[in-house]
Design a protein around this ligand. Structure first.
Ligand code: FNR
Length: 358
């Protein structure tokens, strides 16, 4: 897509290309989509105070996230079932992440196996939802470790799936060719029960395979189980961030799941500063939910984040032109961030963390 000048251009094109049910599954939030909208509003409300006469004349976007080199302080957010938007799915997004030089976070609910994804050669992190049976969690962690994943991310904001009304109205189901490949190949139950009336098939499936009563003791068990750096994704309250660090987390992701879980939850950019205050000196603090431009990445850094996860815009790029489209999205974001850093008088992302905001 050669005429795209920002990430929103990919959004428009992707919406025009994808079937309505798939588009709504990606774009939608839960409930009245209050939190989905709040994510954008909170980022837009962050007014940056650029520094002048800083003498740098240009900026280097290079960073480290969880000791992994990254060409910009961004990782590809874990997103399930990427073959919904393009036949190359996860393999294409991982290739785009590899080529631009950022970590790719593979969802346990990927439509390619973790072994196929790591084969692509990106720096790969593995994202886990807690499966019903601890032996299944154990087996998935072992597979991720053996496949060469460098970080383990556990998502803690899905005790049940949020009420995603678009999916309910569309009676959204996965097409037969898109499956939870890790679960199928691991021999775990992937039975797609018939959803109840007024329920999406994804919500019914989640209910069947995930453990809903996850507690801190489970996180302690996981911390003991693996030597990989551990990231806890889906935190908004500083008290939970402190508890995660005390349990041995190496990073937290301040996230409301892109407005897809508790509707009415705080915007993640609004929740970020208190979490940085509480744990920022003890662990890395990442942010996601609503990042749509290099300016947004700069805003997150200025609020104290170490980096961000990029979600839906990568699926827009993937839908538009596979690996090439996703790579274009990341290239645009990198150029935007470089410009924004330069205009703010910051030589690099670390300098951006000293910016003041109103
Ligand atoms: C997600 N997200 C998600 N998170 C997770 O931990 N595991 C997963 O499997 C998924 N799957 C998923 C699918 C789709 C289609 C979307 C849009 C999102 C949430 C994701 O990691 C991230 O938190 C949000 O996407 C960030 O918000 P933005 O940037 O998309 O607004």
């Amino acid at each position: 897509m050669n005429d795209a000048v920002n990430l929103a251009d990919f959004e428009l094109r992707a919406e025009s290309l994808l079937p309505k049910g798939v588009w709504d599954f990606i774009a939608g939030g839960s409930g009245d989509e209050t939190t989905l909208a709040a994510n954008r509003a909170a980022l837009d409300a962050v007014a940056l105070l650029p520094r002048v006469l800083a003498g740098s004349g240009g900026a280097d976007t290079g960073s480290q996230l969880l000791k992994c080199e990254a060409s910009l302080p961004v990782a590809a957010a874990p997103m399930a079932y990427q073959r919904l938007v393009h036949p190359d799915g996860e393999l294409a997004l991982a290739a785009a992440a590899r080529d631009i030089g950022i970590p790719y976070v593979a969802s346990v609910l990927s439509s390619a196996t973790i072994e196929e994804i790591t084969e692509v050669g990106a720096v790969t992190w593995f994202q886990l939802y807690w499966l019903r049976d601890r032996s299944q969690v154990d087996a998935m962690v072992a597979r991720a470790e053996a496949a060469g994943c460098q970080v383990l991310m556990v998502t803690v904001d899905v005790p049940v799936l949020g009420r995603r009304l678009r999916d309910v109205r569309n009676a959204f189901r996965l097409p037969a060719e898109v499956v939870a490949a890790n679960l199928v190949s691991g021999g775990f139950s992937t039975a797609h029960s018939n959803p109840l009336r007024g329920e999406s098939a994804i919500a019914a499936h989640t209910q069947e395979i995930f453990a809903s009563a996850l507690g801190w003791a489970d996180l302690e068990w996981l911390r003991e189980r693996t030597t990989l750096p551990l990231v806890v994704k889906g935190i908004l309250d500083p008290r939970d961030a402190v508890r995660a660090v005390e349990t041995g987390a190496d990073a937290v992701v301040v996230s409301n799941h892109g407005g897809r879980q508790l509707d009415g939850a705080a915007a993640s950019a609004a929740a970020l500063p208190a979490i940085v205050d509480a744990v920022g000196s003890r662990c890395e603090v990442l942010l996601d939910s609503g990042i749509r431009s290099g300016t947004d990445v700069l805003r997150a850094l200025a609020l104290g984040a170490s980096g961000v996860l990029l979600g839906r815009p990568l699926l827009w790029g993937l839908a538009v032109d596979g690996a090439h489209g996703a790579h274009q999205v990341l290239s645009l974001l990198l150029s935007e961030l470089r410009d924004a850093l330069t205009l703010a008088g910051c030589a690099n992302p670390a300098a951006a963390r000293t910016l003041a905001v109103l």
